[in-house]
Design a binder for this molecule. Structure first.
Ligand SMILES: [Zn+2]
Length: 503
């Protein structure tokens, strides 16, 4: 059985989660559910980055103890598991989890033993939002390209990681596909960054500047480990690296697939720093990295705080419009490459058009017709009836099309393959008009025709229940219930989706 390890990034908990982060969670969940359905052993990992200096600053600004502040916000991220119907296997909180600190310390010592850590005085321009140093050339008009804030000039003595040693091995891993980065534009971006020359990077901060928050450097308690070094280690500490090696050996140091999902803003950390740290510590690299772009909301950059942030919380959206509607919008409308703009109006329109009217109506009609014309018994389908060829093809091809699309992290293509079944089925119903066939049948003509039509439509609904499972697990279960006979008969039809907009 193939072991597949799928991770999301672990966000700062300086504020509550927003819909942009829901995208990554839902994408990872789809992959996890799909792989489980294919018979893989899957471990789906998420968590929160509690040790960020940004959390400390946000807590101070809010006038709340750091521990209390971090715990409160982290709970909102934990709660997304239920709100979005995520099949998360494990959730790590870096400030609390007893597996984390010993693993980070072991990782640090492994890099030190490889000769890759050294102390040096450093002066540079630092963005606290990103928690990274920028060179003047990387700034935009002197401001952080990510936060558009002025960086601080910082001068201090830090531990450095010898990244410069790893340019060649990294380039080799990426160009051979041993470390596969999708989409290709992001792979090229990483290669260009490596070609530009890799400078050693700072991996510690004076404990004083970090407000005493974070993991002390082993053997040098005046320094705490840089939060990115700390946070990236979560991908292996959550598997017991440094505490219980059995899970680590199974999911990381094995032949399996190790897949990281992340946003474009943290690409360099995941595709350069993290693989270099793994090479230094003598551990295998991730096998695949998928980079998503960002969501905007009503044309504006989404921020975790600020006006309207509460209305864009994924849990609030799921409570108001349903988990299925939120997942469907994220999967159907966000392109594989390029930003997407979220509005509640778009979410509602997409859900009503495709879920309530398209899928829900179809299942309802088919179950009702089988109830009315065949007393709830699904007829033997027999050969595909004339006019049903396209629908038959959509049903037969869906599984393969979904698999190919998800292999390339194309969630829009994958959902399009499932949607094609509903679309073709609705077209088929309107074309063959089963109610006319029923009338003809009552007049004593061609009963086999209606059997074949209803049989094919029942097959379409069952296929929807099956193929939707990774994407809309709740709705898939409802559809499967509607399409499964009990005592030989289908249940009385009940709506699979509610309409969101007033009619
Ligand atoms: Zn920044």
């Amino acid at each position: 059985m193939t072991a597949t390890y799928i991770t999301t990034t672990i966000p700062y908990v300086n504020a509550r989660p927003h819909v942009g982060y829901a995208l990554e969670l839902v994408q990872a969940d789809v992959l996890a559910r799909y792989r489980r359905g294919q018979g893989d052993a899957v471990r789906f990992q998420s968590g929160t980055d509690d040790n960020s200096l940004k959390n400390v600053l946000a807590a101070q600004a809010a006038g709340v103890e750091v521990r209390e502040f971090v715990d409160r916000n982290a709970q909102a991220f934990v709660a997304l598991g239920d709100a979005l119907s995520l099949s998360v296997d494990d959730f790590i909180r870096t400030s609390l989890d007893p597996r984390h600190r010993p693993g980070v310390e072991r990782f640090w010592r492994a890099c030190a033993a490889a000769g890759d850590l050294y102390r040096q005085r450093y002066e540079g321009l630092y963005c606290t939002g990103c928690e990274q140093f920028y060179t003047p050339a990387e700034l935009r008009d002197g401001r952080c390209p990510e936060h558009e804030t002025l960086p601080q000039r910082v001068s201090e003595e830090n531990w450095f990681f010898r990244l410069s040693r790893y340019a060649e091995p990294l380039r080799e891993a990426i160009t051979t596909g041993r470390l596969h980065i999708e989409p290709a534009g992001r792979r090229n971006e990483v290669l260009a960054f490596i070609d530009g020359g890799l400078a050693d990077f700072s991996v510690s901060r004076p404990a004083e500047r970090a407000g005493g928050w974070g993991i002390p450097v082993p053997g040098d308690p005046g320094q705490v480990i840089y939060v990115w070094f700390d946070a990236l280690c979560n991908y292996v500490t959550a598997l017991g690296y440094g505490s219980d090696d059995a899970a680590f050996r199974r999911w990381w140091a094995s032949e399996g697939d190790r897949v990281h999902l992340l946003g474009k803003g943290v690409l360099r950390f995941h595709a350069v720093y993290w693989p270099a740290m793994l090479l230094s510590s003598g551990q295998p690299l991730p096998t695949r990295i998928f980079v998503h772009d960002y969501l905007t909301a009503g044309g504006r950059k989404i921020s975790k705080s600020g006006a309207g942030a509460a209305a864009l919380e994924p849990a609030a959206l799921a409570a108001d419009y349903g988990t299925d509607a939120v997942r469907w919008w994220l999967l159907r409308e966000v392109p594989r490459v390029g930003d997407a703009d979220f509005t509640v109006g778009r979410l509602v329109a997409r859900a009503d058009d495709e879920l309530a009217n398209g899928l829900g109506n179809l299942v309802n009609r088919v179950v009702a017709m089988i109830g009315k014309y065949r007393d709830g018994r699904i007829p033997d389908p027999g050969p595909v009836p004339p006019g049903g060829e396209d629908l038959d093809a959509a049903i037969r091809q869906a599984g393969e099309r979904v698999g190919a699309a998800l292999d390339g992290f194309d969630f829009r293509q994958a959902t399009a393959a499932v949607w094609a079944i509903a679309d073709e089925a609705n077209r088929f119903v309107n074309r063959v008009r089963p109610w006319d066939l029923a009338k003809a049948e009552r007049a004593g003509q061609a009963p086999a025709r209606l059997d074949a039509v209803l049989g094919l439509l029942a097959r379409a609904c069952s296929a929807l229940g099956r193929e939707l499972l990774p994407f809309l697990p709740d709705a898939a279960a409802r559809i499967a219930r509607q399409c499964t006979p009990r005592d030989m008969r289908l249940p009385v039809p009940s709506p699979v989706f509610r309409r969101l907009a007033p009619a």
